[in-house]
Design a binder for this molecule. Structure first.
Ligand SMILES: Nc1ncnc2c1ncn2[C@@H]1O[C@H](COP(=O)(O)OP(=O)(O)OP(=O)(O)O)[C@@H](O)[C@H]1O
Length: 251
């Protein structure tokens, strides 16, 4: 297991008896991985396998040597997950309380916990919103609050599902800069190809399969596939477009 951060050997991801992913075999060992694919291709399912939110119907998922299905609690501690919809994970009435909740194990002293929570929210640009109801925050402020609460527990892997959908350009740039400076391994599912381009590795998921794996240069090809059809797809939106599988195609 040395050097292996996240390993998915031959995983089939299943949700409520429906097979979504088929035979995904990969090892996510680089610092920044972006998962791209069309709507419904299986990106979120792939991400959810990493912390046991989805269980594989076949194969095993391990994160830093932890078998996710066997040790769900340990996997959830290791894998911080930021959902597309921040309200799905904000449990407390205000950002301050939510971040304090995340810090309860690491900071048993309430005054220290509060100081640390204020510090983290200030760093995230949320100093003037930390006492507001999370329901009164903008979508982007909620998303930044959720990210702050997840990072507060210092997970070793950070998984983000569509983290820029609610952000304005300034906060998007801030997020990209923040992710860039994080020590954690980061895995992102996104339709934001500018964000994906900041990753050192790109995985392309199509119809539940991992169809390509490569560096950021793969994004040009992915863009083309979105327009003209994926390798092996019979119907092509642009007739006569050459579909050269070439390097980078996983299968
Ligand atoms: N709980 C579920 N039960 C059955 N099918 C599901 C369930 N959740 C998702 N699916 C289906 O699994 C497929 C993949 O969904 P997933 O959310 O992984 O896609 P995605 O690539 O993240 O899509 P998007 O870009 O639209 O967010 C979709 O066809 C979806 O309808």
């Amino acid at each position: 297991m040395d050097g292996v951060d996240v390993l998915l050997p031959g995983v089939d991801g299943q949700r409520e008896d429906t097979a979504i992913l088929r035979g995904v075999t990969t090892r996510l060992d680089g610092p920044r991985t972006a998962v791209v694919g069309l709507n419904g291709s299986g990106k979120s399912t792939l991400l959810r396998l990493l912390n046991g939110l989805v269980s594989p119907s076949n194969g095993t998922v391990s994160v830093h040597g932890i078998d996710v299905a066997a040790s769900r609690k340990a996997a959830r501690a290791a894998v911080g997950f930021v959902f597309t919809d921040p309200l799905a994970q904000l449990l407390m009435p205000t950002p301050l309380e939510d971040v304090e909740l995340s810090l309860r194990d690491g900071y048993p002293d309430s005054a220290q916990r509060r100081r640390r929570a204020v510090e983290l929210l200030t760093e995230a640009g949320l100093a003037d919103r930390m006492h507001h109801s999370v329901h009164d925050l903008s979508g982007g402020q909620r998303q930044l609050t959720a990210l702050t609460a997840v990072l507060a527990v210092e997970p070793s892997v950070l998984v983000l599902d569509e983290p820029t959908t609610l952000l304005d350009l300034r906060n998007r740039a801030r997020l990209i800069d923040r992710l860039d400076r994080l020590p954690q391994q980061v895995v992102i599912a996104t339709h934001d190809l500018g964000l994906a381009a900041t990753a050192d590795r790109i995985l392309v998921v199509h119809e539940g399969r991992l169809v390509a794996d490569g560096g950021p240069e793969l994004l040009d090809r992915y863009h083309e596939w979105c327009v003209s059809g994926f390798p092996g797809e019979e119907a092509s939106a642009l007739e006569g477009t050459q579909q050269d599988d070439g390097p980078g195609v996983a299968r």
